[in-house]
Structure formats: structure tokens, C-alpha cells
Design a protein around this ligand. Structure first.
Ligand SMILES: Cc1cc2nc3c(=O)[nH]c(=O)nc-3n(C[C@H](O)[C@H](O)[C@H](O)COP(=O)(O)OP(=O)(O)OC[C@H]3O[C@@H](n4cnc5c(N)ncnc54)[C@H](O)[C@@H]3O)c2cc1C
Length: 188
């Protein structure tokens, strides 16, 4: 998970900082407010300690492809074991794992005949895996806060972020998988 965590959260830090700058409008862009410095400081984290592209290659080429995803899917199976396919949000995560597994197997099969393939799709793969794991993490958050008195007291403290993630963030999983599949289908 090291490459996933490094690349995913540094990219998120930069995107989050950039969105915060956007909220300030033109004032965000000028130096006086300090937010432009935060955007710049967050940006370098995508470059050093292994650039995020190199992290993505490490994940797919070195860590996942050699055993065709066996280690990864053992982990994802552990995360899946306690879930109930009868609950829509949980079924959604299980569907994501199944789709990711299918694409991983296709990648492992095709890679020996296409030396560029894994490098071509590594960024999209890392992002898809990130979104799959985020989907699981938000299931845990929902579960942990459903009977939480402080969550109830604060009303929308957890329900609104959960709804925003579901509507605006997690659908990107399908897009990333589609990009990878399109590359696989094109064969070049
Ligand atoms: C503020 C700052 C502090 C730093 N501190 C340290 C430090 O303390 N110690 C230290 O050792 N280093 C340090 N570095 C160096 C840092 O680790 C490197 O900048 C980083 O590893 C990227 O290497 P590079 O700059 O040579 O870029 P390059 O390797 O030339 O990469 C350029 C771009 O091409 C991409 N790229 C390269 N190869 C591939 C590939 N095969 N596939 C796809 N994309 C690829 C990269 O992801 C990157 O986007 C620091 C850098 C900065 C900016």
C-alpha cells in the first residue's frame, strides 16, 4: 500500500489546496493570503520521495504484476469478508473489487506480449485502486458513526461528506477502469 498512500494523498493534498485557492477567487492567487504558498508546498510532495508516476509504476510493475495480483486480492478479500452483498453500498465495493480483479488478470496476461502496457496504465491503475480503498474506508466511517451520539448531534457531520464522496469522487473508479480497458482492447 506504500505507493498508493504516497501518490494518492500527495495528489489529493495538491488538488485540495488548489480547490481552496479557488474558493478565494482572485484573492487566492495573490500572495497576501498565503494560500498560493500552500498550493506550491503541496505540489512538491508529488515530486519528491519518489515521483507519483514512479510510485504508480512500482505498484503495478513490481508489486502487482509479478503474482498477477494474488497478494493484492488476498488483502481485498480480507476487507470484503465482513461485508454483506445485500447492502447496496457494500455490494458496490464488492463489485469494484471484482472489476479490479478482472482487469488485473487481463493486464497480467497481456503484459508479456506488450512491454509498454503496464507503464501506460500505471497511473490509472493506482487511482482506481485508491478509489476502491476509499470506498471501503467510507463504509467503515459510515458504520462507525451510524450509532455515534456526537455524529447525530452534529447532524450532517458525516452524512454530507459521505454523500459528496459517493456522488463526486467514487464514480471516477469506473472512468479509470474504462481507460485501462480501452488500452487493453486496443492492443496498442
Ligand atoms: C524541494 C526538493 C527537495 C528535495 N530533497 C531531496 C533530498 O533531500 N534528497 C534527495 O535525494 N533528493 C531530493 N530531491 C530530489 C527529488 O527526489 C527528485 O526531484 C525526484 O526524485 C524527481 O527526480 P527528477 O527531479 O530527476 O525528475 P525526473 O526523474 O527527470 O522526472 C521528471 C518527470 O518525469 C517523470 N518520469 C520519470 N521517469 C518516468 C517513467 N519511467 N515513467 C513515467 N514518468 C516518468 C517523473 O514522474 C517526473 O514527473 C528534492 C527535490 C525537491 C524539488
Amino acid at each position: 500500500m506504500t505507493p498508493v498512500l504516497k501518490a494518492a494523498w500527495t495528489a489529493q493534498a495538491f488538488n485540495g489546496a488548489s480547490e481552496c485557492l479557488q474558493v478565494f477567487g482572485g484573492h487566492g492567487y495573490v500572495r497576501e493570503w498565503g494560500i498560493e504558498q500552500i498550493v506550491r508546498d503541496a505540489r512538491v510532495t508529488m515530486i519528491y520521495e519518489g515521483t507519483n508516476e514512479i510510485q504508480a509504476i512500482d505498484l503495478l510493475v513490481r508489486k502487482i504484476a509479478p503474482d498477477a495480483g494474488l497478494g493484492l486480492f488476498t488483502l481485498l478479500q480480507t476487507l470484503s469478508d465482513e461485508l454483506d452483498p445485500g447492502v447496496a453500498a457494500q455490494a458496490h465495493f464488492l463489485d469494484q473489487v471484482a472489476a479490479l480483479r478482472q482487469v488485473t488478470e487481463r493486464l497480467a496476461q497481456a503484459a508479456p506480449g506488450d512491454p509498454q502496457l503496464l507503464y501506460w496504465v500505471a497511473d490509472d491503475y493506482l487511482r482506481a485502486l485508491t478509489l476502491c480503498l476509499m470506498s471501503w474506508a467510507w463504509l467503515q466511517i459510515s458504520h462507525a458513526t451510524q450509532d455515534d451520539a456526537s455524529a447525530t448531534a452534529h447532524g450532517s457531520r458525516w452524512t454530507e461528506p459521505a454523500s459528496a464522496v459517493r456522488h463526486w469522487v467514487l464514480p471516477e473508479f469506473a472512468m479509470r477502469l474504462h481507460i485501462i480497458t480501452a488500452r487493453l482492447d486496443s492492443g496498442a
